[in-house]
Design a protein around this ligand. Structure first.
Ligand SMILES: Nc1ncnc2c1ncn2[C@@H]1O[C@H](COP(=O)(O)OP(=O)(O)OP(=O)(O)O)[C@@H](O)[C@H]1O
Ligand SMILES: [Mg+2]
Length: 240
């Protein structure tokens, strides 16, 4: 299978803190890769490096066989990397539909008429068709999370980076997010998913990557990783 993403020796420091430290990993096209690690392990920083918010101090990022290490965030978005944010950033005073339209037209590679067609499809995938004309600011948390997923999809990405989209949800709600993520993945989108909830990771991902202090710790099937002594010591041992 082809690698959609290859990361080699990625390093990023902020003053004395090395947030990402010589990290290498790759993922195959169509994969759902879970990323775990204690608070402050550098997970969000990896997303910021992949999406172009930060420039790495060292290392290389290849996406679809192309070196994108030096590309701007907007160029990476156009190449097909979409994301959600740990702190959601929808426009509360816009409706669900308008939020998706803004994402599709500004972030995407498509005209407004194509965007409208695409939004219709996204509303079905994320289950927000009924709420399409409601202001997003007033929606319940699950719907706001679904909108985040929809906004990430609106740019028609090949890879979506999900930063704790299930945080703060009940178990039943988390199952719904899981279904949406799987549906997005079945449409051919590769996914990297950061989440602290172990059960979500176990059910939702093909493979898990664990990082601590910005470095690679281990990767494997959810079962392998969760039974690994290394993970027990470094991750679960710290309590979270
Ligand atoms: N923009 C920034 N400026 C300075 N330091 C930063 C910045 N972004 C991240 N850091 C630092 O880098 C380290 C890794 O942070 P990061 O947010 O990537 O961790 P995380 O694994 O996402 O944690 P959490 O599980 O709490 O979300 C932390 O020590 C953090 O304080
Ligand atoms: Mg984070």
């Amino acid at each position: 299978m082809t690698d959609i993403l290859k990361v080699n020796g990625l390093t990023k420091s902020f003053g004395k803190v090395t947030a990402v430290d010589d990290l290498s990993f790759s993922m195959t096209q169509g994969e759902i890769l879970g990323m775990m690690g204690p608070n402050g392990a550098g997970k969000t920083s990896v997303f910021n490096l992949l999406s172009g918010v930060f420039r790495p101090d060292r290392g290389k990022i290849e996406f679809g066989g192309e070196d994108i290490t030096r590309l701007s965030a907007s160029k990476r978005c156009k190449k097909g990397i979409g994301r959600t944010y740990q702190i959601p950033q929808p426009f509360g005073k816009l409706t669900v539909y308008e939020n998706l339209l803004v994402s599709a037209v500004h972030g995407g590679r498509i005209s407004e008429s194509k965007a409208r067609k695409r939004i219709r499809e996204i509303l079905d995938v994320v289950g927000l068709f009924e709420q399409r004309n409601q202001l997003s600011g007033g929606l319940p948390l699950l719907n706001r999370k679904a909108l985040e997923l929809g906004r990430a999809m609106a740019t028609d990405p090949k890879l979506i980076l999900l930063d704790e989209v299930a945080g703060g949800l009940t178990e039943a709600e988390t199952e719904k997010v899981l279904d949406i993520v799987k549906e997005i993945n079945e449409r051919g989108v590769s996914i990297i998913w950061i989440e602290h909830i172990l059960m979500t990771m176990a059910k939702g991902v093909d493979r898990l990557l664990v990082i601590t202090q910005g470095s690679y710790l281990t990767s494997g099937s959810p079962e392998e990783v969760m039974n690994s002594d290394l993970v027990m010591e470094s991750y679960l041992g710290e309590g979270d």
